[in-house]
Design a protein around this ligand. Sequence first.
Ligand code: FAD
Length: 410
Amino acid sequence: MVEATQHLKTRCCIVGGGPAGIMLGLLLARTGVQTLVLEKHRDFLRDFRGDTVHPSTLEILNEVGLKQRFDQLPQHRVQKLQALFADGPLVFGDFSTLKPYPYLALVPQWDLLDLLSQEARRYPNFSLLMQAEVTTLVRSGDAVTGVRATTPDGELVVQADLVVACDGRHSTLRAAAGLQSNNLGAPMDVMWFRLPRADTDPDDTFGVAGRGGFLVLLNRNDYWQVACVIPKGQAEEWRRKPIEQFRNNIARRCAMLTPHVDAIQSWDDVKLLEVRVDRLRRWHRPGLLLIGDAAHAMSPIGGVGINLAIQDAVAAANILGPVLQGQSPVEEHMLAAVQKRRMLPTRLMQRVQLIMQRRLIEPALAAKDDGQAARAPAIARFLTKSRLIRTIPARIFGLGFRREHVRRPH
Ligand SMILES: Cc1cc2nc3c(=O)[nH]c(=O)nc-3n(C[C@H](O)[C@H](O)[C@H](O)COP(=O)(O)OP(=O)(O)OC[C@H]3O[C@@H](n4cnc5c(N)ncnc54)[C@H](O)[C@@H]3O)c2cc1C
């Protein structure tokens, strides 16, 4: 039996229901724009994604009237970021002086997306179609006029005045549009897993400095979310080894975890994040805009990916919302205005991340893993004595550069 192709028409079609796509959908829906979001998964339930909600995003949530409901989500609030070295701990990020939100919140990304999409669904002009995987663009001459997707009910063709690609770091639409990105390089990959937390474990979220690799432990209240940072490309080598070797390595790097490492039963419990840092030279084509990870994949340093994606969405809604509310065509110079607005903060944040990758991470990963914990560089120990200096990384990562605000607050 040949299934009939379904056709839909909308003003704005957003591809990808991650933080960028759902936030943009909500913001456009609030201003009365007919908006359709297509998401390939059946739900938002994916583990080990960007779960670090920074003060810049908390401000946006407040502006759209969702901060109180956000506060009710299960979360752990972090005020100080510290690293444990052989010669003692070192606080290198202090959020406590930031106003009005002196903390970053660790919240499961699916809870945040559920909250945003529930709010968006209150608007009759908003639709979210799950299990709709976009396969390619529909064009008329040079211009993008829609997308083609597969759904459980067959093929779907969506005709739209504007398509916004929010389909993440492996963007299908980026490739379909033939847009070129600059690969800025990353020396590491990250292996993520969960371990149980004992009542006696510290309450902090912290890094454990090591040689040849290091750990970051995120306190998720009832468990530790652990990142094991390894030299780029070594994951395959690790995966060929018995899981016991990996468990022993983790226990050696952080003795506190020794009683818990058996919770990693097989390599299936360890998820790989292939770190990439890249940026599109051009974020648009006629009828098509790319934002979030689809336009710029960020390094995990500072946990800024989700926050930049949301800032992009706010900028796009502020710039494009007024024209999308009417019937006029969305000219390409308006899409270029979104790129112009967001290019500088993206570039600056990636610059900071690249400096940290080169100065801190590369030397740590290049050191021979002799089972010893690393010592803090003397300059780092000296600088982080000053509270003012400890506030600078918190300001950079927590607030970002050129903060966006919702033009039509709640
Ligand atoms: C393992 C991991 C850990 C991370 N940890 C952190 C962290 O601690 N802090 C942080 O800030 N960031 C982290 N990030 C990055 C963060 O998740 C992203 O920067 C952020 O989610 C970007 O949001 P986005 O909406 O642009 O893209 P994404 O969150 O990637 O969302 C893209 C969406 O598009 C959907 N999609 C993809 N292709 C299609 C298609 N063809 N058709 C329809 N839908 C499609 C996907 O299913 C997904 O829902 C992590 C990422 C990963 C992978």
